[in-house]
Design a protein around this ligand. Structure first.
Ligand code: GCO
Length: 472
């Protein structure tokens, strides 16, 4: 059957992020992130209670285990350890993560731990966050602390999705500080985050000489011209440099190739923007590029691009209603829909071939990209509200989505791409940064009022898949 080719130890996981699941944002001395006041001001939704993972992690880990998973992606909330991003560590935060990791390991669920998942400390955010290079130093100190303290963890990721983070913060304007088409800062933040990643990799490998595994997580968005005209091809090439090549080069070459830089320089020129790469940055990045152990790919959708020369505009209203978002980026094109390509309730293309193309591309273009994990893939869906206590939630469209993407992964594997694991986004329902609590992704349904968990059909499907594995 389809999974027969999988190696012993193939990783099947569920993914989470601290701020999206833990809740309890004021508990036990935790410091504010850049989101706390922002969400209050925006009035979109509250980060509490989220999925109350802070207390309910034993139940979620048990559910994961019962449904055949052998891994979980979690992130450490920087502000539970260092409320202001630096200074004295908080014992309660340290204890919480030791307990969480122990619960995972005791249950045969391997923790894959991310150090930064969108939740920068508010104090550092107020001083410019990643645009202020002091943040890089604080991040390295925090990473050092985690590596020395959490010796039970052997699989690490430095940063989660530098592109969507910077893009949402400075280009699209739906993450704090909500800038629109602030292209200088949007690209500068990505470079600085990749420099931070590189410093942490070098710390882990060279200075601390650790034997575990470390790498970065990128969200990759394959970009295709909507039709084969020279203008559309060119806009798609620029968008691809912005969404994919810039950070892939940073991670796996340690410098920006001529081809990438010519596209980035063109985008900078069109938008009267600037990028500063300081002396020495590329040496640090090159050193790290050669010693990444693994790479996490988050994949949700592709983009079809039509060339666009007018003023940049972005419309986003956070309701998640179909057809309410538009995005036009001067010179970089307009993201348009293609007839016949299905979409989710949030207008995201369902395009599994994009995952296959992405896997082939990274393994072909980047020699330093070795072991790959799919660290997020899944479908935001308006699951039905359960009406009885033991109801199994029917999320067949999500099963279809995961099934098709799994096929893409298996096909790429058969053709030699070294994918060693798949984490579904998400383990349990959690809130979505931009769309709040009605965008559900979980294998397990969470009633956010009572925090009761319900099984979804996708979890049972996953269990069956895991049971047919040869690597039991
Ligand atoms: C969303 C999705 C995810 C998360 C994830 C990215 O918010 O809509 O749930 O893509 O944003 O944290 O790493």
């Amino acid at each position: 059957n389809r999974v027969e080719s999988l190696p012993k130890g193939f990783v099947w996981g569920g993914a989470t992020a601290a701020y999206q699941v833990e809740g309890n944002t004021k508990a036990d001395g935790k410091g504010k992130t850049m989101w706390d006041d922002y969400l209050k001001e925006q009035g979109r939704f509250s980060p509490d209670p989220a999925s109350d993972f802070y207390h309910r992690y034993p139940e979620d880990i048990r559910l994961a285990k019962e449904h055949g998973l052998n891994a979980i992606r979690v992130s450490i909330a920087w502000t539970r350890i260092f409320p202001d991003g630096h200074g004295e560590p908080v014992q309660a935060g340290i204890d919480y993560y030791h307990k969480l990791f122990k619960e995972c390991i005791d249950n045969g669920i391997e923790p894959y731990v991310t150090l930064h998942h969108f939740d920068s400390p508010k104090t550092l955010f107020d001083e410019g966050e990643w645009l202020n290079r002091q943040t890089i130093g604080y991040f390295v100190d925090y990473a050092r602390f985690c590596f020395e303290e959490f010796t039970e963890v052997t699989n690490w990721f430095t940063m989660n999705e530098p592109v969507p983070l910077a893009y949402s913060q400075f280009i699209q304007g739906n993450f704090p500080p909500n800038h629109h088409f602030d292209v200088s800062n949007g690209i500068q933040a990505q470079h600085n985050e990749m420099l931070a990643h590189a410093q942490v990799v070098n710390l882990y490998k060279d200075e601390l000489n650790k034997s575990g595994h470390i790498g970065v997580i990128h969200n990759l968005t394959p970009v295709y011209p909507i039709s084969d005209t020279a203008e559309n091809r060119h806009a798609a090439k620029l968008k691809d440099a912005f969404m994919n090549k810039f950070v892939l080069d940073a991670a796996f070459l340690g410098y920006y190739s001529e081809d990438t830089m010519s596209s980035i320089n063109e985008i900078l020129g069109i938008n009267e923007a600037e990028l500063t790469i300081e002396n020495g940055d590329l040496d640090i990045m090159k050193q790290a590029a050669a010693q990444n152990d693994h790479f996490g790919i988050n994949y949700y959708q592709n983009e079809f691009i039509q060339s666009y020369e007018g003023e940049s505009t972005s419309h986003f209203n956070g309701t998640g209603e179909k057809g309410t978002s538009t995005f036009k980026f001067k010179g970089v094109g307009e993201s348009v829909k293609k007839a016949g390509i299905p979409q989710t309730d949030w207008d995201w293309n369902i395009y599994p071939k994009g995952l296959y193309d992405t896997l082939k591309r990274v393994s072909h273009d980047y020699e330093n990209c070795k072991t790959i994990y799919i660290t997020e893939n899944g479908m935001g869906y308006k699951d039905q509200t359960p009406t009885s206590d033991d109801e199994i939630i029917d999320d067949t469209p999500r099963i279809d989505y995961i099934d098709q993407h799994m096929d893409a992964v298996l096909k790429a594997r058969e053709e030699g791409v070294d994918v060693q694991g798949y984490f579904v986004w998400s383990l349990q329902d959690q809130f979505s940064w931009a769309n709040g609590y009605n965008k559900r992704y979980g294998l397990f349904y969470v009633d956010f009022e009572t925090q009761k968990r319900y099984i979804k059909k996708s979890a049972l499907w996953f269990k069956e898949l895991a049971a047919t594995m040869i690597n039991e």
